[in-house]
Design a protein around this ligand. Sequence first.
Ligand code: CIR
Length: 258
Amino acid sequence: MTASFTCAILKAVPKSFAQGLSTSGEGPPDVALAQRQHAAYAQALEDLGLTVTVLAADADHPDSVFIEDAAVIVGDLAVITRPGALSRREETVTVADHLRPILDLVHISAPGTLDGGDVCETDEGLLVGVGARTNAEGARQLAEIVRPLGLACQSVDLSGLPDLLHLKTGISYLGEGRMAVAPMAAALPVLRDFETVPVHADEAYAANCVRIGQRVVLPAGSPRFADRLAALGLEPVAVDLSEFRKMDGGPSCLSLRF
Ligand code: CIR
C-alpha cells in the first residue's frame, strides 16, 4: 500500500493556475515558477523509479494540476470522483479518458461528492475524510465500490476542523502502522489506531507527503520532519512546492500513483 507504486500520472500546470481556489492567504502563485517546480516534482518521481506520464494542461480548469482529487486508484480499479467544488467537477473527464484503456473505471454519482485528497490508504483499508469536499454519500459509494476488493472504508468526520481542506492536508500514511499528523489534525479519534508521527506546527504543510518504497517525498523547508523520517529508517526526498502551497496543494495532490 505504501511501497508498490510503479506509475504516476500528473497533469501539467495551466496558464490559468492563479485563478484556482485558494484559502492560503499567501498571494497568487508565480505560474512560471510553478511549472518549473512541477517539472522538478515529476523528475523526483522518475528518479524514484516511477514511470511518469504528464497529461496536457487544461486551462479551463485552473485546479486540474491537483490530479489526485479526480480519481482513487485501488488495484486495477480507478474510481472516478465527483469533486466537491463545482469549479472542479469537470476535471475528471480528461483523467477518465486517460485511465479508461489502462484500468477498470467506476464513477461516483450525484448526490455523492468525493475528492481523492480525502482518501488515505493504509495497510488496513481506506480512511475517507467527510468534510468540505467529500460528503457522506460519496464516502458511502466508495465503500460500496471497494468492498468486493476486500478493502474496508472508514469515514473520518472532518467537521469542526476547518483548517483541513482534505483529510490528507493533515495526515499521511507512512507505512508500518505510522501516520504523519499535523497539529490541526491531532484530535482525530481515528489516530488512536496508529502510531502517530507528529509534524511540528511550523512544518504543518509537510503532513501531506508520499511514501514511495523507502523514500518519502515531502515539501522542502521541513527539516525537523525530514530528520524524524530519517530516524524511522525512511529517506526524505524534499521538493520545493512553494507555488502549490499558495493554492492549498501539497506533494500527494500533484499525482495519481499506482
Ligand atoms: C482546491 O482548493 O481544490 C485546490 N486549490 C487544492 C487542491 C489540493 N488537493 C489535495 O489536497 N488533494
